[in-house]
Design a protein around this ligand. Structure first.
Ligand SMILES: [Zn+2]
Length: 309
C-alpha cells in the first residue's frame, strides 16, 4: 500500500517535471524541521526553492510524533535545515537515518544546522548531562525568537543556497539584503510597542523566551516547569506562586501546546493573567510568517500588560 502510494507520488512528480519550465525544474527542494526555519528559508529562497517544514507551528518542537509521510519529504530533499542543539533529538535523527537520503545526513553538504549562525544563550559551562531529563543540554534552542538571530540565520541560509545553486547566488543575496531591511523597519516598530514595558517581570511555562526577553527587555523570573521538559510539581508551583506574589509578577506566558490547568491555577492565586504566546510561525493562522509571528506576540503581550497595569 505504502509503496503503491510512493509510486503514485513519484509518477505525479515526474509528470509535473515534464511539463514544468526550466525555472521550476531547477528549484531546490528544502525541508526544515520547524516552521520558523521554513519561514526564514522562504524569505531568502523566494521562488528558487520549494520549502516544507516537518513539525507544525502549534506543536512542541521537542516532541513531534514521527509519521511515514515525513520520510517521503526527507527522501526527496536537497537540503535539510535543522534548529539543532538537540531540540529535535527525540524525532529528527531517526527519521534522517531511516529516509536513506545520503545528501541530508548530518555530515553531508545538504544538512544545515542553523544554530551555528545564532547567538546561543544558557550554554552549559560544566559537563553536558541529560540525567535529569533536561531538554536543553547544549544551550537554549529557542534562539530564533530574537530578530537579530533571525537576521543571522537568514544570511547563513542564503549563503548555503548560493553555494548549492551558484547560478542564483545573486538572487539569494539580494533577497537576504531585502529581508534584513524589512526586518530593521519592523524592529523599530516592535521596539516602540514594547518600550513602555521594558524591565517588566514575567514567568513562562517553558524556557522558550530568553532570546525574545533579552531583545525586548523583559525579565523572565520563573518557570512553571521545574526544569525544561519536566512537568510542573506541586512543590515547585507553590514556590513559584510565592515568588510571583513577592515580586508582583502578573503575566504567565504559556506555549500553545501545554495544558492550561496549572497556569490557570497560578493565575487565580496571584491575580495574574495567562497569555498564550506563540513560539513558532504557524502557531495560529495569523502568524503566517516570521514578521507576523512577532506582530502577533507583541500585540498580545502589550495588551496583556495594559490589562494588568
Ligand atoms: Zn525547549
Amino acid at each position: 500500500m505504502k509503496s503503491y502510494r510512493t509510486y503514485a507520488i513519484i509518477a505525479a512528480l515526474m509528470g509535473a517535471m515534464l511539463f514544468a519550465g526550466p525555472a521550476e525544474a531547477k528549484q531546490l527542494n528544502v525541508v526544515t524541521s520547524t516552521t520558523d526555519m521554513a519561514a526564514l528559508a522562504q524569505e531568502v529562497g523566494g521562488d528558487k526553492i520549494k520549502v516544507e517544514a516537518i513539525a507544525r507551528g502549534y506543536q512542541d518542537p521537542h516532541f513531534v510524533e514521527a509519521k511515514p509521510s515525513f520520510l517521503l519529504k526527507l527522501r526527496n530533499a536537497d537540503l535539510l535545515i535543522a534548529v539543532g542543539l538537540d531540540l529535535e533529538l527525540g524525532w529528527l535523527p531517526a527519521l534522517v537515518t531511516q529516509c536513506g537520503n545520503g545528501k541530508i545526513q548530518p555530515a553531508a553538504s545538504g544538512y544545515l544546522d542553523a544554530s551555528q549562525f545564532a547567538e546561543i544563550l544558557e550554554k552549559p559551562t560544566g559537563p553536558v548531562s541529560r540525567a535529569q531529563g533536561d531538554v536543553h543540554p547544549l544551550g537554549n534552542p529557542h534562539y530564533w525568537l530574537d530578530p537579530d538571530n533571525g537576521r543571522r540565520i537568514a544570511k547563513g541560509i542564503a549563503a548555503k543556497l548560493a553555494q548549492m545553486d551558484p547560478e542564483n547566488a545573486a538572487y539569494f543575496q539580494q533577497r537576504a539584503a531585502d529581508f534584513e531591511q524589512r526586518l530593521a523597519q519592523a524592529e523599530k516598530r516592535w521596539q516602540q510597542q514594547m518600550a513602555p514595558y521594558r524591565g517588566r517581570k514575567v514567568v513562562s511555562y517553558h524556557k522558550s523566551w530568553p532570546n525574545f526577553a533579552r531583545h525586548f527587555g523583559l525579565d523572565v523570573v520563573g518557570y512553571v516547569e521545574p526544569r525544561p521538559g519536566i512537568p510542573p510539581s506541586p512543590q515547585h508551583t507553590m514556590e513559584l506562586i510565592g515568588q510571583m506574589k513577592r515580586d508582583n509578577v502578573k503575566i504567565i506566558l504559556v506555549e500553545p501546546y501545554f495544558d492550561l490547568k496549572t497556569p490557570n491555577s497560578i493565575a487565580s492565586k496571584t491575580g495574574g493573567k495567562v497569555v498564550v504566546l506563540l513560539p513558532s510561525v504557524g502557531g495560529e493562522q495569523q502568524a503566517s510568517d516570521y514578521f507576523k509571528l512577532f506582530d502577533y506576540d507583541i500585540q498580545l503581550l502589550t495588551s496583556a500588560f495594559q490589562q494588568v497595569k
